[in-house]
Design a protein around this ligand. Structure first.
Ligand code: 5GP
Ligand code: ZN
Length: 138
């Protein structure tokens, strides 16, 4: 299913132009209009799902199957040395476009892209408590 009001559905169907780099029956990949680095690509499913948890596992599996070749191509074409793959879900996680997408961001040492990565520590017992809670949900 697609959403007629969704900008990424419109891009995948060709209603809105994009710099497409790959497409097949499952997936569509195109250059991000606001790149965090040269060669920043977005990989999206053709079907409309707002967030990753809403995707059927087989569709998610097919979509992710396209990622390794895309990562390799973007890194090589951009002359990069590494790559970040990011995937935001929900406003709290900085998702602006509510159609699942993977950011493929080629990286070079010393480039302008910076993570805010505020690594912390668990108080005693909290890590085991959270692991148990997650196991019980799976
Ligand atoms: P999010 O914050 O939802 O994870 O990322 C959405 C991304 O989509 C942003 O990096 C933004 O630059 C990109 N984007 C939004 N609208 C368009 C568009 O119309 N065309 C293209 N190519 N990228 C877009
Ligand atoms: Zn959509």
């Amino acid at each position: 299913m697609t959403d007629p009001n969704c900008i990424f559905c419109k891009i995948a169907s060709g209603q809105i132009p994009s710099a497409c780099v790959f497409q097949d029956e499952t997936a569509f990949a195109f250059l991000d209009i606001g790149p965090l680095a040269e060669g920043h690509v977005l990989l999206i499913p053709r079907e409309h799902y707002q967030t990753l948890d809403q995707m059927p596992p087989d569709v998610a599996g097919r979509l992710l199957g396209r990622l390794p070749a895309l990562v390799k191509a973007a890194v090589e074409a951009a002359g990069a040395e590494g790559v970040n793959v990011l995937q935001n879900n929900g406003k709290a996680a900085s998702q602006e476009v509510p159609h699942v997408h993977f950011h493929v961001i080629p990286r070079r040492a010393g480039d302008a892209f910076r993570f805010n990565w505020p690594a912390s520590k668990y108080p005693p017992g909290r890590m085991e408590e959270l692991a148990k809670a997650i196991r019980e949900k799976l």
